[in-house]
Design a protein around this ligand. Structure first.
Ligand SMILES: [Zn+2]
Ligand SMILES: [Zn+2]
Length: 433
């Protein structure tokens, strides 16, 4: 869950406001909140709520839950203008509607290459590549210096949806005396480069072509490029694609509304799946993490209202197991295998069937080579990822790296890094139905 605050001249800018899902760490909160259907936690905003008159705005970099998921719950305590590009704004709009806040939150829709002044901050949105439409990096300029906030990113030369990564944008930053880079550390322990979404699509095509029964693919619904690839593979292999799961329906709806879904790619009505011969079925389902109520687990226990999985069908995990979910996924796999269903995991597949949306070591190196910041502040990851990211930055000649914990406050200018304080930065449970 992300929530960043930048301060200058007595005012604050918030970048992202996300959630995360329950884990053993937050058990005390969950007990207090045992009635809610999903156990969702958000960063505790107490520090900024106490001075919300000084909060100039909130920028949402992209539509992933860990960046936008807490806005609907926390905005009533923040009451600031919110800035987002069209795809992200549509996701946010739907979330606000669910809690009766539609039309009440001032959401300003910005172009993906916009420059805007928000309080004492001059903000430039920079297109980048990730695993959802319209990911944005942000350049935050003040009279004290310029900070480059990468948000989530990777280098994808063939992203399937949206424009390829444009290195020139970032090379230009290297000519501007960049004060600091605040950046994604998720894959800082992984050598090499991330896989392009296009290569992932080719891998999925190879695996699906061989299948003779029904094909069920589990992936994250927000990866519109992946859904588009699967829809095209369905077309080429004589199958009809259906989506099972609320988040898939929602994301497909957002993609249609904002013009990201190509008109020639059809989605089959769920009710029709059961009438098709198995070799004409391609179902995309939620539940890659073993979530008990998600579509995939329902299929595994024969509780899907649409069709039954049988021996000869194949379930493909176009995803990774998020740490902490291993046991739930193992239980799901056992149920599927007992039915005689073939299971293909991205970890075991000989061709790539999943592509991460985050930069590996060589991508981090390139970004530092291009942008040449004076200070690197690794974010987004566990302490080991932050340390690995900082080591890469130092190797690339960055003089100062700050690796901290949630709540650490850094002074970047005029005297970088000398004073460092902490603010209260716990987590709070929020309701999400
Ligand atoms: Zn993301
Ligand atoms: Zn993220």
């Amino acid at each position: 869950m992300n929530l960043n605050l930048y301060g200058h001249d007595g005012q604050w800018l918030m970048v992202d406001c996300g959630v995360t899902f329950d884990e053993p760490l937050v058990a005390p909160y969950l007990n207090q909140n045992a009635g809610s259907r999903h156990h969702v936690v958000a960063p505790d905003p107490a520090f900024i709520v106490q001075q919300r008159e000084q909060l100039a705005g909130l920028v949402i970099t992209h539509g992933h839950e860990d960046h936008v998921g807490a806005v609907a719950a926390l905005w009533p305590r923040l009451r600031c203008p919110v800035f987002a590009t069209p795809f992200t704004a549509e996701i946010l709009h739907r979330k606000l509607g669910q809690v009766g806040l539609a039309g009440k939150v001032p959401v300003q829709i910005v172009r993906p290459d916009a420059t805007l002044t928000v309080g004492p901050f001059v903000l430039s949105w920079l297109a980048i590549t990730h695993s959802i439409p319209e990911p944005q990096a942000l350049l935050i300029s003040t009279s004290a210096g310029t900070v480059f906030h990468t948000a989530d990113w990777k280098i994808d030369a063939q992203p399937v949806s949206g424009k390829p990564f444009n290195a020139n944008l970032y090379r230009q930053l290297g000519e501007t005396e960049l004060l600091a880079l605040v950046g994604d550390s998720t894959n800082a322990l992984k050598p090499g480069f991330s896989i392009s979404e296009r290569i992932c699509a080719e891998g999925l095509n190879t695996v699906i072509k061989r299948c003779t029964g029904r094909v069920v693919i589990s992936c994250f619904g927000s990866n519109i490029a992946r859904l588009m690839s699967l829809a095209r593979i369905a077309q080429h292999t004589g199958r009809y694609m259906a989506l099972l799961g609320r988040s898939l329906d929602n994301m497909h709806g957002v993609a249609k509304k904002t013009g990201y879904w190509p008109d020639d790619l059809d989605v089959l009505e769920k009710a029709h799946i059961g009438y098709l011969p198995p070799d004409e079925v391609l179902v995309v389902a939620t539940g890659s993490q073993g979530e008990p109520r998600a579509a995939l687990n329902r299929m595994a226990i024969d509780a899907s209202p649409y069709f039954e999985l049988e021996a000869g069908d194949t379930v493909i995990f176009s995803s990774i197991v998020i740490p902490g979910n291993e046991k739930a996924v193992e239980r799901l796999l056992e149920k599927l295998r007992k039915k005689g269903v073939e299971v293909v995991l991205s970890e075991d597949s000989e061709v790539p069937i999943h592509a991460s949306g985050h930069p590996c070591v060589e991508e981090l190196k390139l970004m530092y080579q291009w942008t040449k910041p004076q200070i690197a502040i690794p974010v987004h990851g566990e302490p080991e990822h932050l340390e690995a990211h900082a080591a890469v930055a130092r190797e690339m000649g960055v003089k100062r790296t700050y690796v901290g914990r949630n709540g650490d406050l850094y002074l970047l200018a005029p005297q970088p890094g000398i004073r460092r304080a902490r603010v209260k930065a716990g987590r709070i449970a929020i309701d999400q139905s």
